[in-house]
Write a protein that binds this ligand. Structure first.
Ligand SMILES: C[S@@+](CC[C@H](N)C(=O)[O-])C[C@H]1O[C@@H](n2cnc3c(N)ncnc32)[C@H](O)[C@@H]1O
Length: 194
């Protein structure tokens, strides 16, 4: 959904680092990451079987490095401390227990491993939405119709307070909550304590 490839996060990792995308959907981020970081070990999970099938079929030519599975964020099918980084884009608001999913992310991260969780921003203004729409192939005349509807949908997203409270509750180190440039989104980044 969001054109967010956190190259700063990925480029700081060892070339063959293991990275997990939780709620990977059709695998856009994994595929972009595979192109930019050819030896990285990339894994994705999504609850939706059809999305996982799409991600798998798109990544057939990369099959040896891309491992996509059907699984819930609340029950990640991995051992403890196996990933250098975990990303999740526009998925956490769908999890029945966001804190439980974040605890799972911390469980599978190595000590010091980085997390980057992005969700749509609940408090964005109509101007934020209009600016984002103008970067998409939406006809100009349609934008004033689409913008209020999109803003209403985004209200189910994350707030600064919610993301910061979660980071505090879970003891995430170096936690930063910010608006990434471009999409009407909010991002929590940080690390698992060593
Ligand atoms: C808006 S899509 C975003 C997909 C992808 N991250 C992207 O940016 O294109 C949200 C995804 O989260 C998945 N999802 C929802 N609840 C989930 C859960 N509990 N565990 C894992 N994935 C979940 C959905 O199936 C869906 O593919």
């Amino acid at each position: 959904m969001l054109p967010v490839l956190n190259s700063a996060l990925l480029s700081g990792l060892p070339p063959d680092a293991s990275v997990l995308d939780v709620g990977c959907g059709g695998g856009h981020l994994l595929l972009q990451s595979a192109e930019a970081h050819p030896s990285m070990r990339l894994t994705g999970v999504d609850l939706d079987r059809s999305q996982v099938a799409r991600a798998k079929s798109r990544s057939q030519h990369l099959k040896r490095r891309l491992d996509v599975a059907v699984a819930s964020a609340l029950e990640l099918p991995y051992e403890e401390a196996v990933f250098y980084a975990v990303v999740s884009i526009a998925s956490i608001k769908h999890w029945p227990d966001p804190a439980g999913g974040m605890r799972e992310i911390l469980r599978v991260l190595r000590p010091g491993g980085r997390l980057y969780v992005v969700e749509v921003f609940a408090e964005c203004t109509i101007e934020d939405v209009s600016a984002f729409l103008s970067t998409l192939p939406v006809p100009r005349w349609l934008q004033p119709v689409v913008a209020p509807q999109m803003r209403k949908l985004l209200q189910t997203g994350w707030t600064f307070q919610a993301a910061e409270a979660l980071a505090r509750e879970l003891g995430i180190v170096d936690a930063t909550v910010e608006r990434p440039e471009g999409p009407p989104a909010i991002a929590l980044s940080g690390a698992k304590p060593r």
